[in-house]
Design a protein around this ligand. Sequence first.
Ligand code: AMP
Ligand code: MG
Length: 523
Amino acid sequence: MSFWRSDYRALGQTLTSGRLGVDMPQPNGLGMRIAVFNQALAEEMSLEWAHADMDSVSGWIQSTSQPMAMAYAGHQYGYFTMLGDGRALLLGEWQNDLGICYDVHLKGSGPTPFARGGDGYATLHAMLREFIITEALHALGVPTTRSLMVLETPYKVWREMDQRGGLLLRTAPHHVRIGTLEYANRALSPEDYARYAMVILNRSIGLWNGANALEQGRSLYGVGDFDPEAVRCYFEEWSRRQAELLAHWMRVGFAHGVLNTDNISLMGMTLDLGPCAFVNTYDLKRSFSSIDQYGRYAWGRQSEIMEWNAGVLLSCLLPLLDSDHNERRAVLIAQDLLQQYRFCVEQALKRMQWMKLGLDPQRFSNHEEACSLVSDWQVWLEESRPDYALSYLNLEVILQEAMQFDSKSYPVQGGLLESSSRHISVDLPSRDWVARWINFLEGAGDGACLSSLAQMQSQNPSMIPRNHLVEDALDQKVLHDRDAGWDELLKAIREPYQRSELQRRLNQPPPLGDAGYCTFCGT
Ligand code: AMP
Ligand code: MG
């Protein structure tokens, strides 16, 4: 069974006379065409269209009772601003046959009262870009909003020139952001804010725990009772998930690019992909966004900036942290929670670095040689700035070769690096480091190399969506209506751990690495 709900709206009306968003008419889908359709996600959502056609899609969009543009605020580049869905609409909540909930959102559907002078539309290019990057992240195992389809609109969008227009249908368990709470905290009475926040936090906890509305026999947005313990539990779980998310971003080389609080999900998943990119070269200071002049959202600063964002989230939770509303006690609790958050992030990043090298972080975390192998490798990455993804694939080749020989000293005798270099294309750290690493893995017990190899193959992608290939595929598709490059890239990024020829061929960096590559927001 599946059905539409629109509980945000019901909630908004009950608590706040609709002040948490603005009702909007449904887009009618007239003259639109499907540019790309995510069959696998449609099946997961139990959408029963044999093949997607515009009539089914329009009918589906129009079957929702009342779309809503949500109000939210946010700290953009550190400054507080009123925002809201300027070009997005929450269509409603969909439930698949298993009872799993999806909020369905449109992006690029036209101006709303929150558009602040923007046209409310989006280019086909930008929406296709979000589609392919979310597909890549999902396949890489990185929690993210998903993209169900991109529609091409009949109208053009002006971005320094006329461009084809696009509309993205995206899904998430919910699309509530830190900025939603920032807004509600200011806009609502303390009582209404507490009830609203509890609803959102309880719903997040419910979704994390796999709760489903049908079983509970009531909406997951049902009114929540003020419960400081639940708020603390919420933040602890968010911390754990946000820390894992950061570690994933660092693991695969993903730079979100605009980590303003209005783009940070309360579910701990990647949200609002705009000027994002994947690093080729290992350069922690690299930011790709055209407006990020000072590198606030640089790839390697993501955990630092997310701690700042976690602080903003905690400031929104302050009124909910102490049962007697004692501010001093609430601040102490918040400080403690922020400390825990920091610890979660440190641990997640450390685990990620170890796992990428095939080292077991639990077994060897107190082992001096293992620790020094990891820190030497990290220093080498920072100093040499090699191609990030290929560096680990090279290590994998070396490990595989070493496993074919018995001699522990093989690497230092010279044969290994030379023979491996036939298969590998970029720098490696010193022979000494490689020899120590192989020796360590060999010395870790029977079958250790094999399990390290398996671990590396599950942590290190054989394929990331290289920026230049994404741009080429988009240009071909949008400017020339040629789908071959797009289809091939989509196929490859959907199997990012597959060690095969397709991935090997498409996972090559551009000749100049990241030099000159720049991304844009709000297109
Ligand atoms: P973003 O950078 O996509 O997260 O957008 C930041 C804010 O600007 C959000 O409130 C968006 O809804 C709004 N926005 C971005 N582009 C447009 C546009 N073309 N028209 C209206 N609002 C927009
Ligand atoms: Mg945004």
